[in-house]
Design a protein around this ligand. Structure first.
Ligand SMILES: [Zn+2]
Length: 410
């Protein structure tokens, strides 16, 4: 194969990926106005329903604009040999391959961030604002951006530097060391997420003593689950949308509730949401997800190790001097359809697990408050009640509201 052939394969993969994605979006949008299923007629009143219709259409159109922009940007960059240009800049500063890679990725990340930030700004301060979701101030928005970039620079840069070093020292076997590194790192992050990362962005306080805490404890005791770490996080600092999640394991395991969730739901509904989360834990979904993602990472790194030393990868992107970092970009572009496929399989498992967690909540607590909380959360986030099945198949990590309500009421 020649570099030119591979270049056109990469372009074809990017365009095909875009087309498939847009077809799914369009199919989904065609069903926005479908009649609402009988089980869900009490989710929206007339006003809220109209609002949800406008929200969906606005987001659909905006998504079309942003994804087209990023497609045109990527293709133009490829056609103009942008990677060669950036690689030359990086090489003018150093001859050390790790430093070159860090400068190379630094420039690409910063440039793409600068170009996409206006869209993110518009999404938050125009669209989310118009529909009453936005609580973020410009200062928080900018700080979040800077913290995100700093974290990416330190963590991402550190991991990348180590992986390139492994490659230089051990050659083709680098993938085993890289895998071990990523495994240790992700277990560490999983374990200490709430202690290390959340405080950078949010304030979290233990759930205060009172009727809610007592009801939660009573439930936790009834299923023999040790749940003394319950935290409330100030999600309302950014958005009115609500959430709850589980993190860590062993002695670090804790439940985090958004203050918006605590305010929007009745006590019984919150306990039902927690029962669902406990279900994920008891059914070992958290461990499964961690192991599955580690295996997928290993597989990806192994496939990467087969191709990375081939200069064709760098040459296909128009870069004369083959390197690990440019090869990584080419590999990433070619691997996109495969990672979409694995994401699709993971979504399939995730939807199965959601049913299991719902069943667990139904069996150990009650179905009704979970149904009403799911409906409230859907209403408050102006969710789409009639998504297209193909779209759900590919993109949804949770079953649709209708499927979950039907399962819970059965
Ligand atoms: Zn769940």
């Amino acid at each position: 194969m020649t570099a030119t052939t591979l270049f056109y394969i990469i372009i074809a993969v990017i365009i095909l990926d875009f087309i498939v994605d847009k077809i799914l979006d369009a199919l989904n949008a065609k069903h926005y106005n479908d009649p609402i299923p009988a089980e869900l007629t009490d989710v929206y009143d007339q006003d809220a329903y109209q609002k949800s219709q406008r929200y969906k259409t606005t987001n659909y159109k905006f998504g079309l604009i942003t994804s087209t922009f990023s497609l045109v940007l990527t293709l133009t960059f490829l056609m103009l040999d942008g990677f060669e240009f950036v690689d030359n800049i990086a090489r003018s500063y150093s001859s050390n391959s790790i430093v070159i890679a860090l400068i190379f990725f630094g420039i690409i990340m910063l440039a793409s961030d600068l170009l996409t930030t206006p869209f993110a700004y518009y999404q938050t301060f125009v669209i989310e604002e118009r529909f009453g979701f936005n609580k973020t101030t410009t200062a928080t928005f900018i700080l979040d951006k800077l913290k995100g970039l700093a974290m990416m620079g330190i963590v991402g840069g550190g991991l990348l530097a180590l992986i390139i070093w492994f490659y230089e020292v051990t050659g083709t076997y680098f993938w085993l060391y890289a895998w071990a590194l990523v495994a240790v790192f992700s277990i560490f992050v999983n374990m200490f997420y709430a202690r290390l990362i959340v405080p950078l962005f949010n304030k979290q306080t233990p759930l205060e003593a009172g009727p809610l805490r007592e009801k939660i404890s009573a439930y936790a005791n009834s299923v023999g689950f040790n749940l003394d770490k319950i935290f409330v996080i100030d999600g309302s600092k950014r958005s009115t949308k609500a959430n709850a999640y589980f993190s860590g394991f062993g002695s670090e395991k804790r439940v985090t509730l958004y203050d918006t969730l605590v305010n929007d739901l009745e006590d019984e509904e919150i306990v039902a949401v927690l029962a669902h989360e406990v279900g994920h834990y008891k059914k070992k979904h958290i461990v499964f997800n961690l192991i599955a993602s580690l295996l997928l990472t290993g597989l990806t790194l192994f496939i990467l190790s087969i191709f990375i030393s081939n200069p064709l990868l760098s040459n296909a992107l128009g870069v004369a001097i083959p390197s690990f970092h440019v090869g990584l970009i080419a590999f990433g572009l070619l691997y996109a359809p495969i990672s979409e496929l694995t994401g699709f399989v993971m979504n399939h498992f995730s939807r199965k697990f959601e049913y299991q967690a719902d069943d667990y909540a139904k069996n150990t607590y009650k179905a009704e408050p979970l149904v009403s909380s799911l409906k409230k959360l859907s209403k408050n986030s102006l969710s789409n009640l009639t998504p297209h099945p193909a779209y759900v198949w590919v993109h949804y990590s949770h079953p649709t509201l209708l499927e979950r309500v039907r399962n819970l009421m059965r």
